[in-house]
Design a protein around this ligand. Structure first.
Ligand code: NAP
Length: 254
């Protein structure tokens, strides 16, 4: 059974590693190519876009893919739409991993906005010490608010992506636990956290730390993704794919 996993998330890695020991699955992991040194996985990996939904549909047909898994990040909206369109066009079953969004808990002080750009206005005019964790690709918007003092955490080097006078750059890849996040935010004197509502456990520590420290959070709501067959995590996706594999083998008389 040929499986294409659209990745760039911890769930995609967990799924391809989970499929590894099972014979009969030919798994390819697909990455957009945003990180220079992505975590190595034990399956063939292709890197770069397909050329829109049509390009992805062509890839599915040309490689005779039997199952497409959309394990992309909740904020990767375009590839999610492309996956749904391409799967329908090529007649390939699609399973998505859609991790649940974080929900506000008692003690949280969230300002919810629809875009990263809208976070800038939500920070207000008065200078504040901001912990910025929206990803390198989208930090440029904060150049419009140079009065703040930024601590920016990214996986890739920040370079000159955010030209403001007061900035400290941290390079790190999650997971991050709440105790370490609390220590970091306390030591840096953070006054407000800016984050996307990514969901999942790997990066929830900063939200829990903000609650513990009484720090407000500006949080970006998720973009729309199409309704498709989905599960909440990699373990459930693995079960579904293994079950689909058994059905596939029966059909082929293996
Ligand atoms: P996006 O806006 O939804 O996608 C933009 C284009 O990048 C897509 O149209 C597609 O190009 C290509 N692409 C995206 N994911 C791909 C994949 N897994 N394999 C091959 N091509 C892919 O996505 P994004 O927000 O830029 O995110 C890019 C990647 O980073 C995704 O794989 C995502 O899982 C990961 N990621 C994103 C975020 C985030 O906050 N956005 C956070 C963590 C990880 P074509 O149209 O040419 O096929």
């Amino acid at each position: 059974m040929r499986i294409l996993v659209l990745g760039g998330t911890s769930e995609a890695g967990a799924l391809v590693r989970g499929l590894g020991p099972h014979p009969g699955f030919h798994v390819t992991l697909s990455l957009a190519g945003r990180t220079a040194a992505p975590a190595a996985e034990p399956v063939p990996t292709r890197i770069g876009g397909f050329g829109g939904a049509e390009g992805l549909a062509r890839y599915l047909r040309d490689r005779a893919i039997d199952q497409l898994v959309d394990a992309t990040h909740p904020f990767a909206a375009r590839i999610g739409r492309n996956a749904a369109e391409a799967a329908a066009a090529a007649g390939v079953p699609l399973l998505a991993i859609r991790r649940p969004a974080w929900a506000m808990q008692p003690g949280d002080a969230w300002t919810e906005v629809d875009t990263v750009a809208a976070c800038v206005g939500a920070l207000g005019e008065a200078p504040r010490k901001v912990f910025l964790t929206v990803g390198r690709m989208e930090v440029a918007a904060f150049a419009a608010a140079p009065q703040h003092d930024y601590v920016v955490r990214t996986i890739e080097p920040l370079g000159d992506a955010l030209p403001v006078p007061r900035l400290a750059a941290i390079r790190a890849r999650g997971p991050f636990d709440a105790a370490a996040e609390e220590a970091l935010m306390r030591a840096a004197g953070i006054a407000v956290l800016v984050t996307k509502n990514a969901g999942g456990a790997a990066t929830y520590g900063k939200v829990a730390a903000a609650r513990a420290l009484g720090i407000p959070v500006v949080i970006v709501r998720r973009p729309w993704k199409p309704e498709v067959a989905s599960v909440a995590d990699a373990a459930a996706a693995l079960e579904r794919v293994l079950a689909a594999g058994r059905g596939h083998a029966t059909l082929r008389g293996v």
